[in-house]
Ligand binder design. Structure first.
Ligand SMILES: C=C1C[C@]23C[C@@]1(O)CC[C@H]2[C@@]12CCC[C@@](C)(C(=O)O1)[C@H]2[C@@H]3C(=O)O
Ligand SMILES: O=C(O)CCC(=O)C(=O)O
Ligand SMILES: [Fe+2]
Length: 372
């Protein structure tokens, strides 16, 4: 992932000065006020979760109907789980174990690799924390490009073996993300001929990506805590490995929060804001969050995949016409990350140039765009 400057640049203009309160979660018997969330009980939070019978589609990538299945899942859910994706279980185990080792280090050691306020990589609380008055019950570690610089601070003696695992994971995830992107585009009727992300001389440009390791310690009062608050990802798509502990929830319109149960070896794929823009709102980016539990800690590993740095993302030509005007203006990922850093869940609306003809507005203003 060579485009580290792109992603890092996006945040330089919007430094996040979080009053980084690093708790030793394991020693706490109750939740401090700083981490106590009052439960919002609106129509998006059904009080009896067991009434939810709908579930996120699980798609076998070797199924002959894979294109239709992916298209339907993206349109109706904005999220799916994939099996038969080709990522070896041993690699998933290795990256999980490396992440576990990282988060088990003493706090003082982890802080040696702390993310700087205007940086993108390193250890810290969730970036989106600055938009909330309460802190989240989690720790994170963001990696853009090579983890070497930060891993050397964590493990001066044996950082290379951890670097090797992460680099292998990034390489495999990039291949899968590319494959999934073409499947998603294929489901919209878009072929490689329709989409030129090559340079002026036909040279192919590298996509950009970030790896986000999330750790959610067990929590004495999970109903009053939040692992990772609701958000959409700014990506084209995100591939999430959530190991074997549940906690991920997605918002389904008309239903409420739906838990995405871990399936052995399965990977969750989220539609991100850039795919939302590219599809002119046809494939909505999914609002999601992570909740915590009383007995088990939880790990998740998100591969956040985006287009090459200089590529302007705008609604695909094939999807716009007299009855389907483009809903969003062209924007690069770098610019969009800046918009997100400033406006968070209102970022999509900031890029919108035209209300959908059916008159509805965006989820990121807590109302979903519904088109098509
Ligand atoms: C490329 C990126 C997307 C991300 C910001 C980042 O630079 C690296 C971390 C990503 C992440 C992961 C947790 C949720 C999220 C909203 C956040 O605060 O950091 C996403 C960002 C995003 O998708 O906007
Ligand atoms: O931990 C999870 O299940 C969600 C993580 C997530 O949404 C993210 O890293 O962007
Ligand atoms: Fe996310």
């Amino acid at each position: 992932m060579p485009s580290r400057s792109l992603l890092a640049d996006a945040f330089r203009a919007y430094p996040v000065h979080l009053h980084q309160k690093h708790l030793d979660f394991s020693s706490l018997q109750e939740i401090p006020d700083s981490h106590k969330w009052t439960q919002v009980d609106d129509e998006r939070h059904p009080s009896v979760e067991s009434f939810v019978t709908e579930s996120v589609p699980v798609i076998d990538l070797l199924d002959p109907n894979v294109l239709q299945n992916i298209g339907h899942a993206c349109k109706t859910w904005g999220v799916l789980q994939v099996t038969n994706h080709g990522i070896p279980i041993s690699l998933l185990d290795n990256v999980e174990s490396a992440s576990r080792t990282l988060f088990c280090l003493p706090t003082q050691q982890k802080l040696k690799a702390a993310r700087s306020p205007d940086g993108v990589s390193g250890y810290g609380v969730a970036r989106i924390s600055s938009f909330f008055s309460k802190l989240m019950w989690s720790e994170g570690f963001t990696i853009v490009g090579s983890p070497q610089e930060h891993f050397r601070q964590l493990w001066p003696q044996d950082y290379t073996k951890f670097c090797d695992v992460i680099e292998e994971y990034e390489k495999e995830m990039q291949k899968l993300a590319r494959r999934l992107t073409w499947l998603v585009l294929g489901s919209l009727g878009i072929t490689k001929k329709d989409l030129k992300w090559d340079g002026p001389k036909g040279e192919s440009k590298e996509s950009s990506a970030a790896l986000q390791l999330n750790y959610y310690p067990a929590c004495p009062d999970p109903d009053q805590a939040m692992g990772l608050a609701e958000h959409t990802d700014s990506t084209l798509l995100t591939i999430l490995y959530q190991s074997n502990t549940s906690g991920l929830q997605v918002l389904k319109e008309g239903t409420g929060w739906v838990t995405v149960p871990p399936i052995p070896g399965g990977l969750v794929v989220n539609v991100g804001d850039l795919l939302h823009i590219l599809s002119n709102g046809l494939y909505p980016s999914v609002l999601h969050r992570a909740v915590v539990n009383r007995t088990q800690h939880r790990l998740s590993i998100a591969y956040l995949y985006g287009p090459p740095s200089s590529v302007q993302i705008s609604p695909l030509q094939k999807l716009v016409g007299p009855n389907h005007p483009p809903l969003y203006r062209p924007i690069t990922w770098n610019e969009y990350l800046g918009t997100k850093a400033k406006h968070f869940n209102k970022a999509l609306s900031c890029v919108r140039i035209c209300a959908p003809l059916n008159g509805r507005v965006d989820v990121n203003d807590h109302n979903r765009v519904k088109v098509g």
